[in-house]
Design a protein. Structure first.
Length: 209
């Protein structure tokens, strides 16, 4: 299904403030056409959106609205669930797979439910500070991050053993109400597209180490 005019408009005005470059449906331009911020465990990452990514986002937006695609993103990593979990939840490793500039743990002691992080990202040339909190923390199995101070977008990561090593599944959780709920499919789609890129970095970092 081609990106609709409505989806392009929502992409432009509601979340990304971008318009897909004409002709990008059949090619992947290398130039950056803008940035946006989506928040999810580092998730306030300044997202560099390429023309082809914006097209993918609005296409996925249509499919999500039609209910023809899952609201999750999975990847296989050749490391054990315990290794993947430890790397994913380590604040000092976040800058190696997301676009965070700085991450500081605010709460004392080891990470667990209730632990909070202060994350600094650069969006459109400006520093943006957001606070995230672990609301689920099950080593080697699952964790969930809630945005305490920032956009209404949380995230959950599920880990399970696989023949390769670990199957990691990411689920974005959007908290919108009223009329704003109409852009939820777009926010989910944009998050899935960008975190595909982040998770590929994660896979490379883990498997190369």
């Amino acid at each position: 299904m081609p990106p609709s005019t409505t989806a392009r408009s929502v992409c432009l005005r509601s979340v990304l403030s971008l318009r897909p470059t004409p002709g990008t449906r059949s090619r992947r331009p290398s130039r950056t056409i803008g940035s946006a911020s989506l928040s999810l465990f580092g998730l306030a990452a300044p997202l560099t959106i390429l023309g082809w990514e914006c097209v993918r986002i609005v296409t996925l937006h249509n499919r999500l609205r039609a209910g023809s695609v899952k609201r999750t993103q999975s990847i296989e990593i050749a490391r054990s669930p315990d290794e993947v979990f430890a790397f994913l939840t380590d604040p000092s490793k976040l800058t190696s797979w997301q676009d965070a500039e700085e991450v500081v743990q605010l709460t004392p002691g080891p990470l667990g439910v209730g632990s909070r992080l202060r994350e600094v990202h650069k969006v459109l040339g400006r520093r943006r500070v957001e606070i995230t909190e672990f609301v689920v923390y099950e080593p080697g199995q699952q964790f969930e991050i809630r945005m305490v101070d920032g956009p209404p977008l949380d995230g959950r990561w599920d880990l399970e053993p696989s023949p390769v090593g670990t199957r990691l599944t990411f689920t974005p959780i959007v908290r919108l109400t009223g009329l704003r709920k109409r852009v939820e499919p777009l926010m989910v789609g944009a998050t899935l597209v960008v975190f595909r890129r982040f998770h590929r970095r994660l896979k490379h970092a883990l498997e190369a180490g």
